[in-house]
Design a protein around this ligand. Structure first.
Ligand code: FES
Ligand SMILES: [Fe+2]
Length: 397
């Protein structure tokens, strides 16, 4: 089903083509030792230097060139179900506001008052019929129109109220998720997601119930967390007692997408299969495997054979601080939720603890990226897309 994700046509063509016989199970790994060599060496060229994780200039370039041209997960349909319901959030450093208007349509706006720039909404909730800017009290309807200006007579007659609406942004949905892209010329969300909608079509994501919510602030650069979500080599070491016991050894398969998506297939062992009895509709590989799916730049989706999924969203706060949102969804929510939350927290903390150590080590004058394992291919794909979007003037070496 997802064969076309392999790099046969266009996949990572900009850099090393990824050979499916290499990015495959450990038996192929041993049989293809010489090809592993060229593949891994090619990956190494794409690994980012220390500066990419520590420099304010790089961070600003990312906020200018990467996040505003990407489809970013901003909210869920459940959160914005009724007229007036809204979520205020960030795409990189851009404040955005998603609101269901009084006609039932979903809208996304720049969360920026056209008077002096104040963010007109914060957090989430229901605004009723509209928003009032907290600074001078301009009011806006849920479709973004400027409705009233206090002490209107104090402004020039030239001021045109109908030209001071909130700036509208592109919004699209996939399953239960709402995405916004600030770039008006960006491709449609469905093509941006590459093979992911097809892969997860039978998971019935829209029917899932939300179970676990974890929000953390982590003192590391956002890309270290994304790299780590894409690093398929660390599982048996960092997650020895949590994830690894359900996996079929290191029989991991990386599927590299064209540009914005990559997928790790993790075959489950017997105990994993017992824990996640498959949905009848799933294909053979899906019924026996967990998937870690990356959507550029900052979203990871974990999909299980029972149809349950989790999402991880990494939102940059500053060059050295990131907000992490973990959400889990199940077809059979109930009793074991507490365990699920404890388990998710344990896995996240295993990763955070290593990330603090990486952040510390890469600042060293002695650090430069070392050799790449073939299970670091998804990290290299992420870096390739990132480098493609960043200003060419940016000195990264
Ligand atoms: S900044 Fe919003 S009303 Fe003045
Ligand atoms: Fe991990």
């Amino acid at each position: 089903m997802i064969d076309h994700l392999f790099a046969s046509e266009g996949g990572l063509e900009r850099q090393p083509p990824i050979d499916p016989t290499i990015a495959s199970a450990s038996t192929s790994y041993r049989q293809s030792a010489s090809r592993i060599d060229s593949f891994a060496v090619a990956l190494e060229r794409l690994l980012l230097p220390s500066k990419a994780y520590t420099s304010q200039d790089v961070f600003e370039a990312e906020m200018r060139d990467v996040f505003p041209s990407s489809w970013v997960l901003v909210a869920e349909l459940d959160e914005i179900a009724t007229p007036g319901a809204f979520v205020a959030t960030m795409i990189g450093q851009e404040p955005v506001l998603i609101v269901r208007d009084n006609t039932g349509s979903l809208n996304a706006f720049a969360n920026v008052c056209p008077h002096r720039g104040t963010t007109i909404a914060a957090g989430m909730g229901n605004c009723g019929t509209g928003f009032e800017c907290p600074y001078h009290g301009w009011t806006f309807s849920t479709d973004g129109a400027l409705v009233s200006i206090p002490n209107r007579k104090g402004f020039s007659n030239q001021v045109r109220q109908d030209q001071l609406s909130l700036r509208s942004l592109r919004l699209e949905t996939w399953e239960r998720f709402i995405f916004v892209n600030i770039d008006e010329s960006a491709p449609a969300l469905n093509s941006y997601l590459e093979a992911i909608p097809a892969l997860l079509a039978q998971h019935a994501i829209s029917d899932l119930s939300a179970t676990v919510h974890i929000d953390d602030i982590v003192d590391v650069n956002w890309k270290l967390l994304v790299d780590n979500a894409l690093d398929d080599y660390h599982l048996p070491v960092v997650h020895t007692h949590s994830l690894q016991p359900t996996l079929e050894g290191m029989k991991l398969r990386e599927y590299i997408g064209n540009r914005y998506a990559s997928i790790l297939c993790m075959p489950l062992n017997e105990s994993g299969q017992l824990q996640y009895p498959p949905r009848a509709e799933l294909g053979e590989e899906q019924a026996l495997s967990a998937y870690a799916i990356d959507v550029f730049p900052n979203l990871t989706i974990i999909a299980m054979p029972d149809g349950g999924i989790s999402t991880l969203r990494f939102d940059p706060i500053s060059v050295s601080q990131t907000a992490v949102q973990f959400r889990s969804y199940s077809h059979s929510p109930g009793e074991p939720e507490l365990d699920e939350e404890r388990f998710a927290s344990e896995v996240l903390n295993e990763d955070y603890n290593v990330m603090y150590r990486v952040q510390q080590g890469i600042r060293s004058r002695y650090f430069k990226p070392g050799p790449a394992h073939y299970l670091e291919g998804r990290v290299a794909t992420f870096h390739a897309t990132l480098l493609d979007l960043l200003d060419e003037e940016l000195e990264l070496s």
